[in-house]
Structure formats: C-alpha cells, structure tokens
Design a protein around this ligand. Structure first.
Ligand SMILES: Cc1cc2nc3c(=O)[nH]c(=O)nc-3n(C[C@H](O)[C@H](O)[C@H](O)COP(=O)(O)OP(=O)(O)OC[C@H]3O[C@@H](n4cnc5c(N)ncnc54)[C@H](O)[C@@H]3O)c2cc1C
Length: 398
C-alpha cells in the first residue's frame, strides 16, 4: 500500500446522514472525504422515503427529489374497511431516495467535499492525532486514509462502531421489502396524494403493508415486519405478493425491487463516540420503528454533530461530549415512547385479540382525528393527546 491519503474528516457511508454532514463540514472549509461501496447513488434506492412537510421545508429539499406530495392517510384495517383522512393542503412528500442522495452528494461536492464511490471502509485503528482507516475498492484494491475524525454513517450496519453493547438495551429490528410498480393512470389515481397502510395480522402479521404514490403511473408497494425470534414468520416476499393480489395490483410490472433493515435501540443509550470514531444517523439508532422512518432523524443527527465537530477541529475536544445528549434532546422526550409503542403494537400483532384492539383504535381515530392530527401522532409522536393516563396501558406497563 502507498502512503496514506489525508483529510480532516473521513465519513463512511453516503446516506442522508453522511452526505448532510459532509455538506455542512465542507461549507465550513473542512477537508472531508465520503466513502461508499455504491457505484451510483441513484441506484439501490432502498427507502420508501416518506416525510412530513416540516422535514421537506427544514432541509430545503428541492422539487426534483420529491416524487409526489401527500395530504392524507388511508388506513385499511383488519376488517378490510378503508378509512380516509384528507387535509386541504399538502402534509408531506414521498421522495425519490436515489435522487435525494444524488442531490446531497452534489451539494457536498460543490462545497468542496471529495466523494469516493465504489469503496468501503473495512477497518480502522487509532493513530497519533486521529485514525487511519483501511479502504477496499470494488476491484479489491486497498487504500489507507489518515484523518483526525472518522465517522460511522453506515446506517443500521454499524460497520465501524459494531453492535451496541447490551447495556444500551434491546435492539429492535424491522425488515422491509418494497417494489416500485408501474400502473395505468386510472389505477394510480386512488393511491395518489395519500399514504396508505394495511394494518392487521391478516395483512402482515407483526408488521404492516403500504402503498405510496410516486410520479404519475408509479407506486411503491411494500411490507415491513418486526423481528420476533420466538415466532415463525412467513417470508416477506410471500406477504408482499399477497398484498399485491388483495389490492388488485398483481398485474403491474415491477420496475425495481429493494429492501433493507431498520434497527434501533429503544432508549438510544449506546456510545456515540469511541476515541476518534463518531457514530451518525441509523448507526446510532436514529431510525424510528413506529412508522419505519429515519431520513429526517439521520439528517438531524448531522445538524447536531456538525457544529460540535467544528469546535473539536478547532481544538475544543470536550465539545463532543455534548453530542449524544443534544441529539437526545433534538429527537425529543417522546422518542423512546414511540419505540416502545412500535415494539408493542407491531410485535403483538399476530392474533385476533390484537386485531380487535387495532380495530378499536382505528375507529377511535376516525371519530376523533383529522389528517393533521394523525400526522402529529405518527410523525411527532404526540400520543398524549389521546390521554396521558392511557399511555401506561398502551405501552404495556400496566
Ligand atoms: C424498506 C425501508 C423503508 C423505509 N422507509 C422510510 C420512509 O418512508 N421514510 C423515512 O424517513 N425513512 C425510511 N426508511 C429508513 C431510512 O431509509 C433510514 O433511516 C435512512 O436511510 C438512514 O440514513 P443513514 O444515512 O443513517 O443510513 P443509510 O441511508 O443506510 O446509509 C448508509 C450508507 O452506508 C454505506 N455503507 C455501508 N457499509 C459501508 C462501509 N463499510 N463503508 C462505507 N460505506 C458503507 C451504505 O452503502 C449506505 O449508502 C426506510 C428503510 C427501509 C429499509
């Protein structure tokens, strides 16, 4: 191997978290390198990428990364009934995840970051004044990079940080499979402008199904299920096929098949730093299991880390001690409640008693809530509106 290359910050992973951090640091004049085994960031767009409008606005996401806007909810319950909640204005967007990554990468590169695609960080060790990371290219070639700070932004894989210690609490995992399908305009229309979920053990035991609109004529159809080692679980592809048939979408050509995992600890007490190594995004459990979403939380972790890392680069190393607590504050006190609720709701959804509970919840929501209130529940985790006294029961504490 030749002499190591050098940079101030090396980021492993060109997902929303890594790219947002690269953009912010490069804008501040830091020399940043981002490495990812993907050859093309528009490919392997594994995420459904539904977001509330507040995130679209906060991160100034341009129109070309938004495949569709949504303004309502359509929930298919265990009884097969469809319930609708529609607002008179947009409530969010479904992104083209590949386009989002590509746009973030362009922004980072324009600000001065270097992007090294087709390379993975395989290991690292501490060195005087930072770390030396070993990289491997798609053709097996090797390279060393010396940096002051190394960032694990490899998502739920946690390729550098490794698995969270047992003391950080249980790691809850959900596996999702999604297909991008092509449908005639008339068949696309009923799914347009809304996020549709299929809820109940007869749809997806221990999980849920969904249909999201993309640009006219395209839909994302998917299933997600939480892992439960105590129970035999049907294959996800089989559940997705059943969903397609029940929704009369089986004839639609499949344009892309993708999927992945979301894995987070509920309490988020894992270490966010080990010497010169810092964790970011899903690598430190910013993926939320309730709605299976984490793009905005991953990007928020970058916004929290960036100013602290700039202080550390300026010599104030102790600034980084504030990273984990600040990120916890940014995610809010409702965060771990939402994780508990996710575990209880989805893992428990495997029999008719759970279906009946869900059915009652959907009926209650239909009577009491507007589309905006449903968004506040599912994206802002505002459970207390439904009665703080009921929370211990909802969460299974009593
Ligand atoms: C099926 C599914 C549906 C989802 N739907 C939604 C949704 O609707 N809305 C939402 O907000 N979120 C959704 N999510 C979650 C969301 O995609 C993630 O929370 C988000 O992508 C996390 O961003 P990240 O940057 O932390 O990690 P990632 O996006 O996972 O990026 C990690 C990157 O690291 C790279 N990498 C891996 N190993 C290495 C290595 N050794 N060296 C260098 N790079 C490496 C990977 O190639 C990848 O590009 C979904 C996830 C799944 C699986």
């Amino acid at each position: 191997m030749s002499e190591p290359q050098t940079c101030e910050v090396l980021i492993a992973g060109a997902g929303p978290a890594g790219l947002q951090l690269a953009r912010r640091l490069a804008q501040a004049g830091v020399s940043v390198v981002v490495v990812d085994p993907l050859q093309d960031l528009r490919q392997a767009a594994f995420s459904s990428a539904a977001l509330p409008l507040s995130a679209v606005t906060a991160f100034k996401l341009p129109a070309h990364v938004q495949a569709a806007r949504w303004r309502g909810w359509q929930l298919h319950g265990p009884d097969d009934a469809q319930r609708h909640w529609m607002a008179d204005h947009d409530l969010g967007a479904v992104l083209d995840f590949g386009a989002l990554r590509q746009w973030l990468a362009e922004q980072a590169v324009a600000a001065g970051a270097r992007l090294q695609l087709g390379w993975a960080v395989r290991g690292w060790h501490t060195a005087s004044g930072g770390a030396i990371a070993s990289l491997r290219g798609a053709g097996g070639q090797e390279q060393a990079v010396e940096c002051r700070w190394l960032v694990d932004a490899t998502g739920q894989r946690r390729a550098l940080l490794g698995e969270p210690p047992a003391a950080a609490g249980a790691l809850v995992a959900g596996a999702g499979v999604e297909w991008l399908i092509q449908v005639p305009q008339a068949q696309w229309q009923p799914w347009a402008q809304r996020l549709s979920f299929m809820l109940g053990s007869q749809w997806v035991p221990q999980g849920y199904g969904w249909v999201f609109p993309m640009q006219p004529g395209q839909l994302k159809i998917g299933v997600c299920r939480l892992h439960d080692a105590r129970r035999e679980q049907p294959p996800l592809h089989q559940l997705l096929r059943q969903l397609q048939h029940r929704l009369d979408l089986a004839a639609a050509p499949v344009l892309d098949r993708h999927g992945g995992l979301i894995r987070s600890t509920i309490r988020r007490r894992e270490p966010h730093q080990r010497g010169p190594l810092l964790g970011l995004g899903d690598a430190v459990s910013t993926g939320n299991l309730l709605g299976g979403e984490g793009i905005r939380h991953a990007m928020a972790s970058s916004d929290v880390l960036a100013p602290l890392l700039l202080e550390a680069l300026g010599g104030k190393l102790e600034a980084l001690r504030g990273y984990a607590p600040r990120l916890r504050r940014r995610l809010g006190w409702r965060w771990s409640l939402s994780g508990r609720l996710a575990r209880r709701t989805w893992i428990g959804l495997h029999n008719s008693a759970a279906d009946q509970r869900l059915q009652r919840l959907l009926e209650g929501l239909q009577q009491k809530s507007s589309a905006e209130e449903l968004s506040a529940l599912l994206f802002d985790y505002r459970f207390e509106r439904y009665g703080l006294k009921a929370l211990p029961y909802v969460l299974g504490w009593r």
